[in-house]
Design a protein around this ligand. Structure first.
Ligand SMILES: Nc1ncnc2c1ncn2[C@@H]1O[C@H](COP(=O)(O)OP(=O)(O)OP(=O)(O)O)[C@@H](O)[C@H]1O
Length: 258
């Protein structure tokens, strides 16, 4: 399902943080949104998901306007946000967190088991830890759970806010590999990442956000090859997470370009 944003402005109090933001995530593709801390990536994701009300602008899902709807209404139209910091229920087990994801969907009976099975198939470690308190897992495993909790809803559009933050490179690789696979299976993905090299290496397109506005839009390959983008966002070989993640992408994924 196509996601489009047109002319979006947003602020916190009197501080304007998004200025005339427009971007598009074509159906079944992955767009990596890169940008420095505070550029406005999280705010844009929140506006799209109905968690922050924009002042102006349009958001459409599959051509239907959703700007101004409450988060649960946007979710019902097939969009899920995996928030920064994961926001799991650390006291609950892995499986209980997944069931929270299904809350309000009307899915019940055998369909519940099927949804959980599908999530466990993508992240096998979660099946192994199904009865374990989620707060006791590693950061990377918790991130997998946060993504799985969104996936049990079978979203057509998935937004992710910094899924690689603070996670061991090997698990970043696994998580990004799953996202690439989901996009190949038709899920529309908008991925906000500071780990720009790794995100662009698996995305179809990229957008660069600076100071609350989108300054570049291109294919991910073109942005990866761009000197300016490289200098500002891709780091160097001294950045072990970015470089390690890209190099270690599983066979069959996009060719690493850094
Ligand atoms: N709840 C808030 N109240 C006031 N200002 C905020 C709030 N949340 C974010 N901001 C400000 O809005 C601007 C955009 O922040 P945002 O979190 O959207 O950027 P970001 O690109 O996601 O950065 P980060 O990666 O650090 O989260 C920043 O200047 C930030 O300080």
């Amino acid at each position: 399902m196509n996601l489009t944003v047109r002319g979006l402005d947003a602020r916190y109090g009197s501080t304007r943080v998004l200025h005339d933001v427009s971007c598009e995530v074509p159906d079944g593709t992955m767009v990596a949104m890169i940008g420095a801390n505070g550029a406005g990536k999280t705010t844009l994701l929140k506006c799209i998901a109905g968690l922050h009300r924009p002042d102006r602008g349009e958001v459409t899902l599959g051509g239907t306007p959703v700007a101004g709807l409450a988060a649960h209404q946007v979710a019902r139209r097939g969009l899920c946000l995996v928030p920064a910091g994961r926001q799991l229920f650390g006291e609950l087990t892995v499986e209980e967190n997944l069931l929270v994801g299904l809350h309000g969907t009307g899915v019940h009976g055998a369909a519940v088991a099927r949804r959980l099975d599908a999530a466990y198939a993508l992240f096998p470690i979660l099946r192994e830890f199904a009865g374990r308190q989620s707060g006791l897992m590693s950061g990377g495993q918790q991130q997998m759970l946060a993504i799985a909790r969104a996936l049990v809803r079978e979203p057509e559009v998935l937004l992710l806010d910094e899924p690689s933050l603070g996670i061991a490179p090997l698990l970043v690789t696994e998580i990004l590999g799953v996202l690439r696979r989901l996009a190949s299976e038709g899920v529309t993905i908008l991925l906000a990442e500071q780990n720009a090299a790794a995100a662009l290496a698996i995305a179809d397109y990229g957008v660069v956000m600076e100071n609350g506005t989108i300054t570049r839009t291109d294919t991910a390959a073109a942005l990866l090859a761009d000197e300016d983008v490289s200098r500002h966002y891709l780091g160097t070989s001294a950045d072990p997470v970015a470089v390690g993640s890209v190099r270690a992408l599983p066979a069959g994924l996009r060719e690493p370009l850094v």
